[in-house]
Ligand binder design. Structure first.
Ligand code: FAD
Length: 505
């Protein structure tokens, strides 16, 4: 993935089949699917890949136990099928994770036991392992810090875990390998129309501030929680399609929640589920669901959300956490679909929403990371219909994401020139310096944040350490980006400011 090479494609007078706006899970999945079907595809992302919600998930590849309780079996079955595809197609970015649901009565044991056995049954051949009913003793063995006082036992079930931004970047690389042009830091700023139909996109290369006017047959708007702005760029009379609801995560040391199992609290005070999930030798706690007004790239956690998570975890565990134990906190925004658009709509009766405006803009939003592939398939099916393209079958269910061997060879090549890059970035983490160089050379990383937030996940794991290591990261990046000391200083200052928001004061 070389940004300048990708940018060159914008200089030509190409008529694209599909331009995808938004480089999160949905947009990247759409670009990959479209390129595999042979459609001439361009994706533009205004910031870095997965800067939005797609790097801020709970990191679960799951069917959604919560939806089962709501009786939405079709949705759960679909998500479980997608979970199976994802674990098969990206084994290096996903893993099987055991979850324990602590239960406090015979009735709860039966209720959650049967429910989770049914959950496993729904996954059919793609089952990750049998759900098991655990005694109190077994539950404590799995969750050593669980408060055993009134505990009756637990239910063990299997789901998946993944590296969200890592997957996004590898989907981008795979799409490029399959012929798509994919660019980060390139923002859509307007549409061109002919007889009321969209025939082009105006965009700006955020780095050079150069504007481009691009011709296309179809545009897919995959901008997640930023959907409204793009819908209104097409038709300023349109009302807001999505309203944001935020979910926060707190990241703590594994000593508070040791072991390899995750915990799922099935009913919080506000009737949601709450997870404690081991991740990179830390534990992610989350999440919340709070309607908010403002849509920001760096959403801020509310005090009551922080207290909510701490209170619930401390209710279940004996090693109590306080605010000072939080290593990092991060916030994601869900695009909740408010209403159907006025215009002709190809609405699909799943968790995600797809609509087509009178000028032909396809908007796809909602869903979850786990179902990104299915959402993409729906978007491309609709794009092919609107653009009157040759009908080609979707093949992403069996497309491998990423190329581990190529990556390893490239890393070795970098190390041949500078063996010192094999060193870890910090003794407590397995990330190495060569990963920084690799991200600059092959993953379009252009600033410290791209590295420490989305290529190496240190900002999400330990925000203070991320700030401390920022100067070292800048000095490794600078020669590869042909930048000087003043760039390094400015980068460190801007990253330090951003990372401050991940620290609980
Ligand atoms: C708190 C939380 C936890 C979650 N946990 C899970 C989980 O564990 N498992 C799971 O499966 N799902 C989870 N989800 C859901 C999942 O994260 C989202 O469904 C998914 O990331 C949405 O991806 P997206 O591509 O639609 O949106 P986004 O990732 O937000 O991508 C939209 C992109 O569009 C770009 N953009 C906006 N405007 C423009 C423009 N004008 N030009 C160019 N680009 C533009 C933005 O920069 C952004 O990168 C979670 C969601 C939340 C909120």
């Amino acid at each position: 993935m070389n940004r300048s090479q990708q940018l060159q494609a914008l200089e030509s007078d190409t008529i694209w089949d599909i331009i995808v706006i938004g480089g999160g899970a949905t947009g990247l999945g759409t670009a990959l699917d479209a390129s595999l079907r042979g459609y001439k595809t361009l994706l533009i992302e205004g910031h870095d890949f997965a800067k939005g919600t797609s790097s801020r998930s709970t990191k679960l590849v799951h069917g959604g136990v919560r939806y089962l309780e709501q009786g939405n079996i079709k949705l759960v079955r679909e998500a479980l099928r997608e979970r199976g595809y994802l674990l098969k197609n990206a084994p290096h970015l996903t893993s099987i994770q055991t979850f324990i649901v602590p239960v406090f009565s015979w009735w709860e044991k039966m209720f959650y036991g049967l429910g989770l056995k049914f959950y496993d049954l729904l996954s059919g051949k793609l089952s990750l392992g049998d759900t098991q009913i655990l005694s109190k003793k077994e539950t404590v063995a799995h969750l050593p810090t669980i408060n055993a006082e009134k505990l009756s036992g637990g239910i063990l079930y299997y789901d998946g875990q993944f590296n969200d931004s890592g997957l996004a970047i590898e989907i981008a690389a795979t799409a490029i390998n399959k012929g798509a042009t994919v660019l980060n830091y390139c923002k859509a700023i307007g549409f061109l129309k002919t007889n009321g139909e969209i025939t082009g996109v105006e965009c700006i290369d955020v780095l050079s501030e150069k504007k481009y006017t691009l011709k296309t047959k179809v545009v897919v708007n995959a901008t997640g929680v930023f959907t409204n702005a793009v819908v209104q760029m097409d038709d300023h009379t349109q009302q807001n399609l999505v309203s944001p609801s935020q979910g926060i995560h707190l990241v703590i040391d594994a000593k508070f929640f040791p072991g390899i199992d995750a915990m799922m609290i099935p009913k919080t005070d506000d009737g949601r589920v709450l997870f404690a999930v081991p991740w990179h030798d830390k534990v992610v706690l989350g999440t919340t669901d709070t309607p908010i007004e403002e849509i920001l790239f760096e959403p801020k956690p509310l005090e009551e959300e922080i207290e909510f998570i701490i209170k619930h975890i401390n209710r279940y565990c004996t090693t109590l956490i306080t605010r000072t134990d939080i290593n990092s906190m991060y916030v994601g925004l869900r695009p909740l679909v408010k209403q159907k658009t006025k215009v002709s709509s190809a609405l699909i009766s799943r968790e995600h929403h797809l609509s087509v405006s009178s000028s032909g803009l396809i908007t796809i939003t909602g869903g979850k990371w786990t179902t990104y592939r299915k959402m993409a398939a729906d978007a491309v099916d609709n794009a092919a219909f609107i653009g009157k393209f040759n009908k080609v079958k979707c093949t992403t269910a069996h497309t491998q994401i990423g190329d581990e061997l190529e990556k390893e060879n490239r890393m070795q090549e970098i190390l041949k020139h500078d063996a010192s890059l094999a060193e870890k970035i910090h003794a407590n983490y397995s990330f190495t310096k060569v990963q920084i160089v690799y991200a600059v050379k092959y993953e379009m990383a252009i600033c410290i944040e791209d590295i420490l937030a989305r290529r190496i996940r240190l900002l999400f794991l330990d925000a203070k350490l991320a700030i401390a290591l920022a100067p070292m990261v800048a000095s490794i990046m600078a020669p590869y980006l042909e930048k000087d000391k003043s760039w390094e200083a400015a980068e460190v200052a801007s990253f330090t400011q951003l990372a401050g928001q991940y620290i609980l004061k």
